[in-house]
Write a protein that binds this ligand. Structure first.
Ligand code: VAH
Length: 326
């Protein structure tokens, strides 16, 4: 369906975990396409929903199965973006809770999608599915995946369930293995790549920045506008073009803390950085340096727009006036 078509505008969309880093921006992008009456931004914390003045909102704990089911039935929800999850760093502090939330919620949403014959489901995976034995450079779509974080294990298992529900029950669930996501409109929530957002805030505040990863710790990253574009391109692609039903590799840029610092220093010459690696260094070391996303580019025409310099310039232009929202 082309965005803007009449049928399109009748699609009711539920976003679960809207107040997260990705959800905050995806909710706005989906509202701009589907209309404010057709998008329901939900989050477990009522206070987090105040900022969603552009669409409908609902306090929702994805683990409250009866409430989720009732909402889907009453609102005739046809698409679900299930974004709620415990991320890599936080997950290591409470592994069994992270596994329970990440896995139980996905299985429940897949079951509901099957029961209500939903049009589409979106569920984010991550480069966290790769582990220490995975080829580090230009990591292929298919390779050894032995994640050693609960978050990565849950994403790897979740990819298997997504493919299973597509193959066995025809549930049109689609997924992307996001790299670290960086944006100025939302704050990250407990990931190993969070430093790459925090560094911009410190530069603008004129403060010294301490990186929790060592200076040459390379990781695949992506500017949020590219992540939103990839998500919508995948979800709007004709079904027959979505040939991978576990999750697609997705890439844009790779950089180290030293490199992102230097890209900022061009704009803030007095900015300074220190390096104090913590437990998140071991997580970062288990992930790839760069990703081969050729299947995304071949199957549904993926192309990223932002490199490190362009991202840094855009964030430093926009973040100062946006910081008042945090
Ligand atoms: C995390 N931001 O750090 C997430 C992401 C690739 C990293 O999945 O846990």
């Amino acid at each position: 369906m082309d965005p803007g078509s009449v049928i399109y505008l009748m699609e009711r969309i539920l976003i679960i975990g809207s107040a997260g880093q990705l959800g905050s921006e995806l909710s706005l992008a989906l509202t701009e396409i589907y209309g404010s009456d057709n998008v329901i931004a939900s989050d477990i914390n009522p206070g987090n929903l105040k900022k969603f003045d552009f669409c409908r909102t609902q306090v929702l704990d994805v683990m409250d199965k009866e409430k989720v089911r009732k909402l889907i039935q009453e609102e005739n929800v046809k698409q679900i973006y299930h974004l709620a999850a415990v991320l890599s760093a936080t997950g290591e502090k409470n592994p069994l809770f992270a596994w329970h939330l990440n896995m139980e919620s996905l299985l429940f949403i897949l079951e509901l999608a099957k029961e209500f014959n939903m049009d589409k489901v979106y569920w984010p995976s991550s480069i966290a599915v790769f582990g220490p034995n995975t080829p580090k450079v230009n990591t292929p779509q298919y390779c050894v995946k032995e994640p050693n974080t609960v978050y990565g294990i849950s994403k790897q298992a979740g990819e298997r369930w997504c493919e299973y529900y597509f193959q066995k029950f025809g549930v049109d669930v689609r997924s992307l293995r996001y790299p670290g996501l960086i944006g100025y409109k939302s704050l990250p929530g407990g990931g190993t790549t969070d430093y790459a957002v925090d560094i911009y805030h410190k530069a603008i505040a004129g403060e010294h920045f301490v990186s929790f990863l060592k200076e040459d710790s390379y990781l695949p990253m992506m500017y949020m506008p590219d992540a939103i574009k990839a998500t919508l391109d995948l979800m709007h692609a004709p079904k027959e073009k979505v040939k991978i039903r576990s999750s697609y590799n997705l890439a844009a840029i790779s950089f180290s803390p030293k490199e992102i610092f230097e890209s900022i220093k061009k704009h803030y010459p007095n900015f300074t950085i220190g390096y104090e690696p913590d437990f998140r260094q071991a997580i970062a070391d288990s992930w790839p340096d760069s990703i081969d996303d050729s299947r995304s580019r071949e199957d549904w025409g993926w192309k990223h727009d932002y490199d490190l310099g362009k991202m840094t310039a855009d964030i430093l232009t926009n973040l100062p006036e946006y910081m008042v929202n945090f």
